[in-house]
Design a protein around this ligand. Sequence first.
Ligand SMILES: O=C(O)[C@@H](CO)OP(=O)(O)O
Length: 245
Amino acid sequence: MTYTLILLRHGQSEWNAKNLFTGWVDVPLSEQGRAEAVHGGELMKKEGILPDVLYTSMLRRAIMTANLALDAADRHWIPVHRDWRLNERHYGALQGKNKKEIRDEYGEDQFMEWRRSYDTPPPAIEAGSEFSQDSDPRYAGEPIPATECLKDVLERLLPYWEDTLVPELKSGKKVLIAAHGNSLRALVKHLDEISDDDIAGVNIPTGVPLVYELDEETLKPIKKGGTYLDPDAEAKIAAVANQGK
Ligand SMILES: O=C(O)[C@@H](CO)OP(=O)(O)O
C-alpha cells in the first residue's frame, strides 16, 4: 500500500507576471494563473487523483488556486486547513523588488545566492515598511520571520509535516497541499533527500499537480521526484529557473 500526496504550486500571480520578489506579500492570481489552476484541477480529475483533504498556506494565491482546481475536479467540498508554515519563503527586504533589477544591481552570483542558496537569507525587511507582515492580524501571536533562507523554511515546515500532514496521510487520505515555489521546494528536498547544493537546481512550475506515492512504512517516495500530471511540465520548470534574465 502507498499513500498519495499531491503538491500544487499556486498558478501565476500578478507579481510573478511582473517579475517581482513576492514572499509573504498577499498578491492575487493573474488571469493566466486562474486558468492554470483550473487546468490543474482538470488534470487531477482526468487522472482520477482526487484529494480527500486540502492544506493551504495563508496566502490568497494558494487559497484561490486550490479553490479553482478543486472546483474543476468536483472536489470543492473537501475539508480545508490553512497554516502559515506552508507560506512562501519570506523574501525579507527583497519583497516587492524587481528580480531583473536586483540581478543587474548586485550581479548574478549574489542574485542566485539570495534566490536559490540553501542557507543565505536576504537582508531582513524593516518592520512597518510597505511589504512587511509584522502587523498583519492573520499572524498575530505567531513567531513570524523578517527574512528566510530555504533552511529556515524547512525548519518551520518540518514540524507541521510530521505532526499534522503525516498523520493525515497515514489515515489513508489523499492529501493536497496548495502552497508555493519555495515551501514546496523545502518539502521536496526532505521527501527526495536532495542535498543542500542540489536543491538550488530544483524549480517547481505554477499550477501543475505533482503527485507522490509514498511508501507506507518509510513515507519516502516510491518514485524520486514524483510525477507531474502535465506533459509540458519541463518547459514550465525552465521558465521558473530563468526568471530574472
Ligand atoms: O518571489 C517569490 O516569492 C518566489 C516565488 O515566486 O520567487 P523565486 O522563484 O525567485 O524564489
